[in-house]
Design a protein around this ligand. Structure first.
Ligand code: PRP
Ligand code: URA
Length: 210
């Protein structure tokens, strides 16, 4: 498993505003979208391309385009939905599938309540979007789900992660091709399974509801 933690002042600046409890939902949503686009630049470094011949106004030349089968972007509802626009802005030709997951706030166990994905993900590169990697239960279940459908590789983009969650994913994925691209690796989880210092409940902060 590869782990890439962003190291860029613009990302840290935007994350600081996102963490601030005074930041209203509208700004939170805007920043989430901007952060995803910045992280997606790193996350798509390994996206498969194929060569293509084109003609510029000056001459013929050879370039590349995103290969088929096209990558699939999978936001984990609800909070991952806030990351979708920022991602598809960068890869507009990607397909989008959805996984709805919620973790039980007592047991911290995730359960899946919605799924809208192709049955066959053979040879597909998958990009999972979830702002928070806390215990790793939700992301781990999503990764298992995608590989069970034949995914070739999975890259997860998370704004914040706890070391406990990263370690749990590491133990779980074995030698499968998984990459984590993180905006920040925070200090720890607290006794309620929240990331510290974190930003609170990402879904509530994005959508202002419970
Ligand atoms: C949050 C978050 C992740 C999950 C992380 O979702 O968006 O999906 O918790 O926690 P974990 O790593 O311990 O599984 P939540 O279950 O609160 O649902 P929501 O997106 O609908 O708010
Ligand atoms: N889910 C969140 O939204 N925030 C956390 O800190 C942990 C899980």
């Amino acid at each position: 498993m590869r782990v890439h933690v962003a190291d860029h002042p613009l990302i840290t600046h935007k994350l600081t505003v996102l963490r601030d409890e005074r930041t209203p939902s509208a700004v939170f949503r805007q920043l989430t979208e901007e952060l995803v686009t910045l992280l997606a630049y790193e996350a798509t470094r390994g996206v498969r391309v194929e060569e293509v011949d084109i003609r510029t106004p000056v001459t013929e030349t050879r370039g590349v385009r995103i290969a088929t089968p096209r990558p699939i972007v999978v936001p984990i509802l609800r909070a991952g939905l806030g990351m979708l626009e920022g991602m598809v802005k960068l890869i507009p030709t990607a397909e989008v599938g959805f996984l709805g997951m919620v973790r039980n706030e007592e047991t911290l166990e995730p359960s899946t309540y919605a799924e809208r994905l192709p049955d066959d993900l053979s040879d597909r590169q998958c990009f999972v979007l979830d702002p928070m990697l806390a215990t790793g239960g939700s992301l781990g279940a999503a990764i298992d789900f995608l590989f069970a459908r034949g995914a070739q590789d999975v890259t997860a983009i998370c704004l914040l992660a706890a070391p406990e969650g990263v370690e749990a994913i590491h133990q779980q994925v074995g030698d499968r091709d998984v990459t984590l691209v993180l905006g920040s690796l925070d200090e720890r989880l607290n006794e309620k399974g929240y990331i510290v210092p974190g930003l609170g409940d990402a879904g509530d902060r994005l959508y202002g509801t419970v």
